[in-house]
Write a protein that binds this ligand. Structure first.
Ligand SMILES: [Zn+2]
Length: 211
């Protein structure tokens, strides 16, 4: 079975991807992981990443294409972080057609913007590696680490302005994708604001129906 997982930052994609991979024994194809791997050996990608630039569609597509040719994906895969744009989705369709691979479902986990902001902007970390959340995982003393007593900080990526920017980019790029996969009859809408257990149950029920 071959799936795509997508959703805005803060929707809990990482947690769900882990559960899907464990339960269904499919390969997790995360473009984030692929980039981190490629960064070590590919100078072009490493330079783009160091400059904080977006990796061009063709480079991403090429990387995914190479990965899809490996034997371990024959039992099924879960694509995570790709496709991110309509161009990438079309390129993916072409490569799947060539390899005679069929997509079974596109899980779209959605959450309201304010929920995404609350989840991400509430994260706090400590230099010792501990992490907290001002709503969901409070430290005993506000702003101080339970383990080492140091001041907790908010990562730049987690700041409200940054999250809002990421959400805007996400909206602009992915809205057309949702329509694209809706037309293809593949989209499965999942309410990511519910408990992560319920989110997974909904995904599992869809997979069961498709088998
Ligand atoms: Zn600490």
């Amino acid at each position: 079975m071959n799936y795509i997982l997508f959703g805005p930052p803060g929707a809990g994609k990482g947690t769900q991807a882990k559960k899907i991979v464990e339960k269904y024994n499919v390969v997790h194809l995360s473009t984030g992981d692929m980039f981190r791997e490629a960064k070590k050996s590919d100078e072009k990608i490493s330079a783009l990443m160091a400059a904080g630039k977006l990796i061009p569609d063709e480079t991403v597509v090429e990387m995914v294409q190479k990965r899809l040719k490996k034997d371990d994906v024959k039992n099924g895969f879960l694509l995570d972080g790709f496709p991110r744009t309509l161009n990438q989705a079309k390129a993916l369709d072409e490569m799947l057609k060539k390899e005679n691979i069929k997509l079974d479902a596109v899980f779209f986990i959605s959450i309201p913007h304010e929920e995404a902001i609350k989840r991400i902007a509430g994260r706090r970390v400590c230099g010792c590696g501990a992490s907290y959340h001002i709503h969901f995982l409070k430290s005993k003393i506000e702003g101080k680490c339970d383990l080492c007593g140091s001041d907790l900080i908010q990562r730049v990526d987690d700041k409200e302005e940054t999250v809002m920017e990421r959400l805007t980019v996400y909206d602009n790029q992915t809205k057309p994708l949702i329509d694209y996969y809706k037309t293809a009859g593949l989209i499965v809408n999942i309410d990511g604001a519910q408990d992560e257990k319920n989110v997974f149950e909904q995904i599992a029920a869809t997979i069961k129906n498709k088998k």
